[in-house]
Write a protein that binds this ligand. Structure first.
Ligand SMILES: Cc1cc2nc3c(=O)[nH]c(=O)nc-3n(C[C@H](O)[C@H](O)[C@H](O)COP(=O)(O)O)c2cc1C
Ligand code: SF4
Length: 342
């Protein structure tokens, strides 16, 4: 049997990926967008620099689909004239290097973990938000993006709407799983109906640690034509999953592996995977289809190239607090080590 590894090609619909390594969406907090929501020259350079680092797919930081509230990092995707050009520039750099690029779309500011609620929005406000996501997807396609990722994890708006904890609405967008996924299904269906088949849609799913509920939720989403699911942490239904003490990955990766056995669309696993070798293990054991890394890329942008000679290369120290969430990235010990050539 042929062994699968991170360096092997992958195909979704008619879209080829040069390998199975994904750069996870990450706001570079030390860089700010322009006041009109377009990315600044430094932000564009940040992505352009990564485009030549050999991953198969880059997913952008969260981009706001609405101007109603600010979003971390400040980059937006709601105004065709203002926001298409910067995306086009990044896409071009990625495609020159045969790297695929997805824009991550998010509804800004309302976050479960910051006390936000979706329950006091009227049905027509929910419908307006749905249209904002759809409009943003159209804009991204026009900019040449290979797809979008709907941000439904980490307590963000689309995570709250799928969650039986955060969603206590009593209109058609609340109640059972079918209703709680309705908004996302409507977004996906409209995009699929109007845009070309090779424009891919990923959903970043915030798992609840209740595996059966997560499977049910994802099966609902799949019905609408979703291409790809990215398993991340969400609003916890249970305190934690009971994993055996010798299990080498965390609950998020465990959930991805469980879902991989039970659904038939491609799955991205993420969170503390740390090395290419551990990513290879996940693929060889059929626990996911693509492997995403976040902090390893921040710790060393040459993470993949260095891993080619040492697949156990682990650039990130997994600090209790990641300094990339602040504006002072010089405190990142991995960066300091590289600068000092240690
Ligand atoms: C500085 C920073 C910014 C992040 N920004 C986003 C974001 O915009 N959208 C998102 O879905 N996740 C975001 N994340 C989470 C990452 O995508 C990823 O899930 C997380 O870092 C775990 O993967 P890792 O252990 O490989 O770093 C961010 C993480 C970091 C460290
Ligand atoms: S600050 Fe720590 S956790 Fe964050 S990228 Fe650097 S080494 Fe990794």
């Amino acid at each position: 049997m042929k062994m699968i590894n991170t360096m092997q090609k992958y195909k979704i619909a008619s879209v080829n990926f040069k390998n199975r390594i994904v750069m996870a969406p990450m706001v570079p907090f030390y860089l700010k967008a322009n006041t009109d929501g377009s990315m600044s020259a430094k932000q564009i350079t940040h992505y352009s620099n990564f485009a030549s680092r050999e991953m198969g797919l880059i997913i952008s930081q969260s981009l706001a689909v609405s101007k109603k509230y600010p979003i971390d990092g400040g980059a937006c995707a709601y105004d065709r004239n203002i926001h298409t050009p910067y995306l086009r520039e990044i896409v071009q750099k990625c495609h020159e290097n045969k790297v695929r690029f997805f824009a991550q779309l998010a509804y800004p500011s309302i976050s479960y973990f910051k006390g936000g609620s979706i329950n006091n929005l009227s049905t027509s406000e929910i419908v307006t938000i749905r249209e904002e996501f759809i409009k943003a997807a159209f804009l991204c396609e026009e900019a040449g993006c290979d797809g979008i990722e709907l941000h439904g994890a980490n307590g963000f708006f689309l995570n709250m709407i799928t969650s039986d904890i955060a969603n206590s609405r009593n209109d058609q967008y609340g109640g059972n799983v079918s209703n709680r996924t309705r908004l996302i299904k409507e977004i996906i269906k409209k995009i699929k109906k109007n845009l070309k088949d090779d424009f891919l849609i990923s959903f970043r799913f915030g798992c609840s640690w209740n595996l059966i509920l997560d499977l049910e939720t994802i099966n609902e989403l799949i019905k609408s034509g979703l291409d790809l699911i990215h398993i991340c942490s969400g609003i916890p239904h249970l305190k934690s999953l009971e994993l055996s003490s010798d299990y080498e990955f965390n609950q998020t990766v465990y959930t991805a592996a469980f879902l991989k056995k039970n659904i038939n669309i491609p799955i991205i696993a993420v969170s503390n995977i740390q090395t290419i070798n551990r990513g290879n293990f996940l693929l060889k054991n059929n626990m996911c289809d693509l492997v995403a890394y976040g902090r390893p890329f921040l710790a060393d942008k040459n993470f993949i190239m260095k891993s080619i000679s040492d697949c156990n290369y682990k650039p990130c120290f997994n600090c209790k607090y990641c300094f990339w969430y602040s504006t002072d990235i010089n405190k990142c010990p991995a960066q300091r080590r590289l600068k000092n050539n240690l």
